[in-house]
Structures are given as C-alpha cells and as structure tokens.
Design a protein around this ligand. Structure first.
Ligand code: SIN
Length: 313
C-alpha cells in the first residue's frame, strides 16, 4: 500500500530550474507513481490520505494515517505500507507512528527535497528505494528512506535545509542503505534503539481525542528570562497548558531565570521534560538534572512523547 500525504515529493514549481519556490502537496500520489517507470513491476495500491505541506501536519492527518495504516497492516495480502510525506516533519510522523503502531511489518516513509517538476527530481529514486526497503525480508517497524539511506524512526532528524541527503541518525547512524535496488543492512532493525515500552492502549486513546494535550517547546539560550513560560501560564487558553519540553544547553543545563519559571510551571501541575538543543548526543542523566529526562529524544520528538504520555492521565 502506498499512502500519499503531500510534501515536496508531490510539489510543483512553475520552472524546472526552481528547487525552492514551489508549492508542496500538488501531485496526486497515483499520478506520481504512474510517472516512475521503475515501479511498473511493483504491485502498489495507492490511497491519498492528505495533500499538505508537512509544516502544517497535525492531529487530523495523523489520526487518518494511524487508522488507515493499522487497517492495511491487518490485511494478510499487504506486505508493507509506504507513506509519501514532506521532509519538514517526517521525523515527527515517523516517531508518532512507531509509538502508536510498533508494526511487525515495515512502514516506510519517504520524501523528496526537490519538487516533482525539478530538472533532476529526487522523489522517483526515493520512492523506488522505499519499495525496495518495503520488500526487504529484514525490514520491520517504521523507517524513513531518503537519499539511499534507511533511518530508524527514533533517531532520524532533518539536518540540512536543501541538500538531497538532508537526514541523519546522529550517533546511532542509519540502519541500512539501498544500493542499486538492494538493501545493505548495517545493523538489526528489530528494536532500532527503542527503549520506550509499547503501550497497546495508546492508539485507541489517540484515535479518540479531539485535540492533543498542549505541550510547548522552549529553548534555553543566553539572556533567557523565563517570560515565555510565565506568559504561557498566564494564558487562559481553551487548550490548557499540560507540558513543556525545554531544549537545554549542552548536557541539559537551563538558564537560571528560565529554570525558575519552569519550576513555577511544575508547581502549577505542568509536566516539564528536558532535552538538549545540541544536534548530536543525548542528555546524559545524572542526579543534578533540573527536570525529568526525555530519554535522549530530540526536542520535537520529546514534545510528542510527552503529549502521548499525558493522554494516559
Ligand atoms: C514539506 O515538508 O511538506 C515541504 C518540504 C519538503 O517536503 O521538503
């Protein structure tokens, strides 16, 4: 099954030479597949779930994706599900799907950095590679395929604004690469760094909600004063503040003024979790950490993890 959600892979520009001034989410997934000759051999059923720029990703599309992927994975004749997605939030969707589905069959997310109208688009190759990965015997769980690399849902992050190989898995490295239509695995994908226990009831809770618990993301930086946190606490919002993820400096240190404001937030019942704003490495837990450790997740994934955890409460 191939599910389309939009993104640059489905983007169109007025000029073939234009790799940045395009509109994402324009080409239907069926039309896109028909234009990739390498896919002629692969029996692919397609379904358009959404047609958006992934910067606008949110609960509605995520719920539709989770629902449809779960239904397709249950069908015996479906070996794998591929999802085309924008690069900008693909790491969040991958993490969410892995958290809620933890699938035994492969769920392969793919994308492109250039629109379908580009002189040399990367989408067709990425989609062909995704099909190869989807058919690979050792493939399991949610992965992201881009620029010939296969990344695990937990570790993958977009690290470049325009390069075709825009993704990285940090210290963990990619799970595999795709070479001339073949997967070369670097390590076992079984657990792919998964240390969060799988909560079998989380999916039903997620599908039943009308909004995610409000969790904000705040960065510690020089000259921070905590006023954003105080502003959030003062807001009488219809979606009350339930959590804050703070991207701390280095090994999870937080400016003292921001620490004070976050302590006030905790005193008012807001859950605070700590990550690092460093691109690589994780916060090494130690007794002096100011707030609950986010388990080595990136700030955006820690935000989602906390929102999902708050659904339990
Ligand atoms: C998007 O994320 O939908 C637009 C950017 C991209 O796919 O590269």
């Amino acid at each position: 099954m191939l599910l389309g959600t939009g993104g640059t892979i489905a983007g169109r520009a007025a000029e073939a030479a234009d790799n940045v001034g395009y509109v994402a989410g324009q080409v239907d997934v069926a039309e896109f597949v028909a234009a990739v000759p390498a896919l002629d051999e692969a029996p692919l059923d397609v379904e358009q779930i959404a047609q958006i720029d992934s910067k606008d990703m949110g609960l509605g599309v995520w719920q539709a994706l989770v629902r449809r992927i779960a239904a397709h994975l249950e069908r015996q004749e479906v070996k794998a599900v591929i999802v085309t997605h924008g690069t900008d939030t693909i790491e969040e969707t991958a993490f969410l799907l892995q958290s809620l589905l933890r699938p035994a069959k492969p769920v392969v997310l793919t994308c492109a950095m250039r629109p379908s109208t580009a002189l040399m688009p990367d989408g067709p190759q990425n989609l062909s590679d995704a099909v190869v990965v989807a058919r690979y015997e050792g493939a399991v769980g949610v992965v992201v395929v881009c620029a010939g690399q296969v990344h695990g849902a937990r570790d993958v992050a977009k690290v470049h604004t325009y390069r075709l190989d825009a993704f990285d898995s940090g210290d963990a490295g990619p799970l595999a690469c795709v070479e001339e239509g073949r997967v070369r695995a670097f390590r076992n994908w079984d657990s792919a760094g998964e240390d969060r226990p799988f909560d079998t009831k989380a999916r039903a809770r997620f599908l039943a909600i009308k909004e995610l618990p409000r969790v904000e993301l705040i960065t510690s930086h020089a000259d921070a004063d905590g006023s954003l946190v105080r502003g959030l606490l003062a807001l009488r919002h219809e979606r009350p503040l339930r959590g804050i993820v703070v991207a701390g400096t280095g090994n999870g240190t937080v400016h003292s003024a921001l620490t004070k404001a976050l302590n006030d937030a905790q005193a008012q019942g807001v859950r605070v979790r700590l990550t690092s704003r460093c691109v690589n490495g994780r916060v090494v837990p130690h007794p002096g950490l100011a707030f609950e450790d986010a388990g080595g997740l990136s700030p955006v994934k820690a935000r989602l993890a906390l929102a999902l955890d708050l659904l339990e409460v």
